[in-house]
Design a protein around this ligand. Structure first.
Ligand code: AMP
Length: 285
């Protein structure tokens, strides 16, 4: 695996490979890699000639009171995992290299025309998606891959990035990879290491609640409002703070008042000091 810190060098390297006709798969991450990340790389390796990963803890997507400083950065361990996964290239840029003019430029969706970045995680984390959009616009322009691999775990993020790719005519295919979970259902996340053993047990409530709701909808229950309210009440009991539990259209993320054939259930909660998110995609018969 070749490690590159300079975005321009990385860009030239990818360009040369593209000119040789190689298909490039790109996996943007913030490091502290786990099996969820590795699954994205496995998919990319299956579908491309070259797989490139980036590790960059992006400051602009963290709020002032969030965990940017203490976010885990186990560089040596990550590199070992990437070598084992037979990843070809790793981009590890500095903040200065990614933001040469500081925060002079942002890429954002117009919230008046598109509520997408204001809802759900956007409401609890103002500016978060602006940071995500900005860093992905930069990373995608540096890598110019054929395909980019993103986890369904961050469902809203995949919808936001879909818009970015379309609006900027990037011509990249975004592959949404199903969420990888622990055996008890908890979605893998770099932030799970913050959980104390007791909080780790309580964190199961997110996936359990979503699964129960999914079961009820699949068994034909139709009173979505009451189902959600009941589930919210139970979930709020297990966690320290329930941010949201909603049913939404999987394409627009508009909240739903009634069940429909294709839906996504989305939740975010704080357990201890850790904010966790999860979702489940539902396809009714
Ligand atoms: P992060 O390093 O948290 O920014 O995540 C990098 C990528 O890995 C994002 O596209 C995430 O959605 C994806 N990812 C994180 N956790 C999981 C998981 N449990 N299963 C699948 N993909 C994941």
């Amino acid at each position: 695996m070749r490690i590159i810190t300079n975005p321009q060098v990385f860009q030239k390297t990818m360009e040369a490979l593209r000119e040789k006709g190689k298909q490039i798969g790109f996996v943007p991450t913030m490091g502290a890699l786990h099996h969820g990340h590795l699954e994205l790389m496995r998919r990319s390796k299956q579908e491309n000639d070259v797989t490139a990963v980036s590790i960059f803890v992006n400051p602009t997507q963290f709020g002032p009171k969030e965990d940017f400083r203490r976010y885990p950065r186990p560089a040596a361990r990550d590199q070992k995992l990437l070598i084992q996964a037979e990843v070809d290239f790793l981009l590890m840029p500095s903040v200065a290299a990614m933001y040469p003019a500081g925060t002079a430029l942002f890429v954002d969706l117009n919230s008046e025309q598109d509520g997408l970045t204001q809802r759900y995680c956007g409401q609890t984390r103002p500016g978060h998606f602006r940071g995500v959009l900005t860093v992905c616009a930069k990373l995608f322009n540096i890598a110019r891959p054929h395909r980019v691999y993103m986890g369904a775990k961050d469902y809203q993020q995949t919808v936001v990035i879909d818009r970015l790719i379309r609006e900027l005519h990037l011509g990249i295919k975004m592959v949404r990879v199903p969420t990888v979970r622990e055996s008890d259902g908890l979605a893998l996340s770099s932030r799970n290491i913050y959980l104390s053993p007791a909080d780790r047990r309580r964190a199961r409530a997110l996936s359990q609640t979503l699964q129960e709701l999914q079961g009820e909808l699949q068994r034909g229950k139709r009173n979505l409002k009451a189902l959600l309210q009941d589930a919210r009440r139970k979930l709020a009991h297990s966690v320290d703070k329930l941010d949201y539990l909603e049913a939404a259209d999987p394409v627009t993320l508009e909240p739903l008042a009634k069940p429909q054939k294709h839906m996504v259930l989305l939740t975010a909660c704080t357990v201890g000091k850790t904010r966790l998110i999860d979702n489940v995609i539902i396809n009714l018969p």
